[in-house]
Design a protein around this ligand. Structure first.
Ligand code: ATP
Length: 240
């Protein structure tokens, strides 16, 4: 498999606070990779540096064969990087369909494709079709998360990064959400990088995973290896 995303020697800080400290990770084309780790380990910061919301102090990001560090954040979506940030960040005063249309911005010149993708999203997420003209701010938590994912998928990303999509959702909705992600990966070959606190569920879905602590990778392995790793079991006791 070819490497799609490669992060090497990444350091990042907020003022004087070091958030990433020589982070190395990669995601191969077609893989489902999960990032685990305690609060403050640097998971969100990793995604922010990859999508360009934060400029790293040093290190390299290669995506689809090109160096990203000097590519401005707003350009990266057009290169195939999809990011569903923590807290969803959908536009509450726009309808569901308008939110989807905004997601198509990176492929705005390919109108027929944008229309086709919209139909595809409404097929994958039928609840969004039912709620098409409803303001996004009135959606339930689960629906809003589906919309955030569908909006990111509108741009036809080569990599979809999701930051704690299960946060604040009822257990049944979490199961539904993960089922969607699994199907997008299995049936459509979507490459996924997922930050998730629900380690057990995430590791069952993932091909591979990393555990971060204090801004660096401390354990790496397949989903099954990580579930069996005593360090992971100790950190996530009872949640595997
Ligand atoms: P969580 O699971 O709590 O979201 P995380 O693994 O995603 O944690 P990050 O949010 O990447 O961790 O944070 C890494 C470090 O950077 C932490 O020490 C955190 O306190 C610090 N940090 C994150 N965002 C900011 C910010 N905006 N200003 C200052 N420090 C920050």
């Amino acid at each position: 498999m070819s490497v799609l995303l490669e992060v090497s020697g990444m350091t990042a800080a907020y003022g004087g606070v070091r958030a990433l400290d020589g982070l190395d990770l990669h995601v191969d084309e077609g893989e489902f990779v999960v990032l685990l780790g305690p609060n403050g380990a640097g998971k969100t910061t990793t995604m922010k540096t990859v999508s360009g919301l934060l400029t790293p102090l040093s290190g390299r990001i290669r995506f689809a064969g090109r160096d990203l560090v000097d590519v401005p954040g707003w350009r990266r979506a057009g290169l195939g990087l999809g990011h569903v940030p923590e807290g969803r960040q959908i536009f509450p005063d726009h309808t569901v369909l308008e939110n989807l249309a905004l997601g198509a911005f990176p492929i705005r010149r390919r109108r027929a494709e944008a229309a086709r993708r919209r139909e595809e999203m409404l097929e994958i997420f039928p609840r969004l079709a039912e709620r098409g003209s409803q303001l996004a701010g009135t959606l339930s938590g689960g629906e809003a998360q589906m919309l955030a994912i569908a909006r990111a998928l509108m741009a036809d990303p080569r990599l979809l990064m999701l930051d704690e999509p299960s946060l604040g959702l009822a257990p049944l909705k979490v199961a539904e959400l993960f089922d969607h992600l699994k199907r997008l990966h299995d049936e459509r070959g979507l490459t996924v990088l997922l930050v998730e606190q629900q380690a057990g569920t995430a590791l069952r879905l993932a091909d591979r995973g990393y555990v971060l602590e204090r801004g660096r990778v401390v354990v790496e392995g397949t989903g099954a290896e990580l579930r069996g790793d005593p360090r992971v079991q100790a950190a996530y006791l009872g949640r595997l």
